[in-house]
Design a protein. Structure first.
Length: 322
């Protein structure tokens, strides 16, 4: 890191990355309906597979949201306002915000991510592209972050939460999350939120069951990840990928289905599977615009503006305090 970049980037370590306790996984595997936190998708191989997924023909969300940002960047800036403090929970590679920075002209950028080394690498690359932008990188689990660091710059705050990641939250958790973000932005800020929209079942099913089998590999890789970090002996050859749109609950469900009766050892405990029994690995809720407006209202927020692609597959929304 050269001196100019070092002066540009301020690093705040609030939650050091820690090893996941096996108890968390065991509780899910021993439940009546077995489940696994989707964070276990994302070891190195899983992250690489997800990058491939985002470029698949069937998987529309990433390219569609990107097209919205590219098409409406200037309009988004006019509605959101320039010179704000942009806060991005779960910032990852900081790639999408770069489509908006030239027009938003932020006073500072605050990426938040639990993976400290990855966070530093991402903001170093960002600083090279935007050498005048002050960056306050926060290493923290944003789900456990109630308050922002005191050392951050003052100014109107815009929370940037793209990718329809809010769809991975149960509705009550999504509501709690929006309430917390409302506290972060205060009365003069906003939340720029990516949300995947409800659409025909066949279209959603295709997006999570691609013909190349990449999503299948991504789902099954979670079992390899568990084997790597815990004392476990999952054999992914004994499981199958299953993803479908639950029309009653407006969500894609991802499962790993046991192809046979089997017993898996995990940290000294035996986990019994019946043939056809599944591990529920992820939900991805899809919203109608009416449902999103109602969720925002329950959080004390107003849906001020919505930007859509030409086929109305995906939405980018500005929420402000009511």
């Amino acid at each position: 890191m050269n001196a100019s970049v070092e002066n540009q980037i301020h690093f705040h370590e609030l939650h050091p990355q820690s090893k996941t306790h096996p108890k968390e996984v065991l509780e899910g595997l021993k439940s009546v309906r077995k489940n696994l936190n989707p964070k276990f998708f994302y070891d190195t191989k899983g992250s690489e597979l997800f990058e491939v997924i985002t470029n698949l023909e069937e998987y529309y969300p990433t390219r569609t949201e990107r097209k919205i940002f590219e098409t409406y960047s200037q309009d988004i800036a006019e509605v959101c306002g320039i010179d704000s403090i942009i806060i991005e929970p779960g910032s990852g590679s900081c790639e999408k915000i770069q489509l908006l920075i030239p027009n938003l002209k932020p006073k500072a950028y605050i990426p938040i991510d639990i993976a400290g080394d990855f966070l530093l690498d991402s903001v170093n690359k960002l600083a090279e592209n935007f050498p005048e932008l002050p960056i306050h990188a926060v290493q923290a689990d944003f789900n456990q972050l109630d308050n922002l660091p005191n050392e951050l710059p003052n100014g109107s705050k815009l929370v940037f939460y793209p990718g329809s990641t809010i769809g991975n939250m149960e509705p009550e958790k999504a509501l709690e999350f929006l309430i917390k973000l409302s506290e972060w932005i205060g009365n003069d800020g906003g939340i720029l939120l990516g949300v995947d929209l409800h659409k025909p079942t066949h279209q959603l099913n295709a997006a999570y069951n691609d013909q190349q089998g990449v999503t299948e590999a991504f789902n099954l890789n979670a079992l390899d990840h568990l084997n790597d970090i815990f004392e476990a002996n999952f054999d992914k050859e004994n499981f199958s990928h299953k993803a479908f749109y639950n029309e009653q609950l407006y969500r894609i469900e991802m499962h790993l289905v046991s192809d046979c009766e089997q017993c898996v050892e995990f940290e000294g405990e035996k986990i019994q599977f019946d043939e056809g029994e599944s591990i529920h690995t992820e939900n991805s809720y899809k919203y109608t615009r009416k449902q999103l407006s109602s969720l925002a209202a329950d959080a004390g927020l107003t849906l001020k503006e919505t930007w859509l692609d030409e086929n109305e597959l995906f939405s980018v929304n500005l929420l402000v305090r009511a």
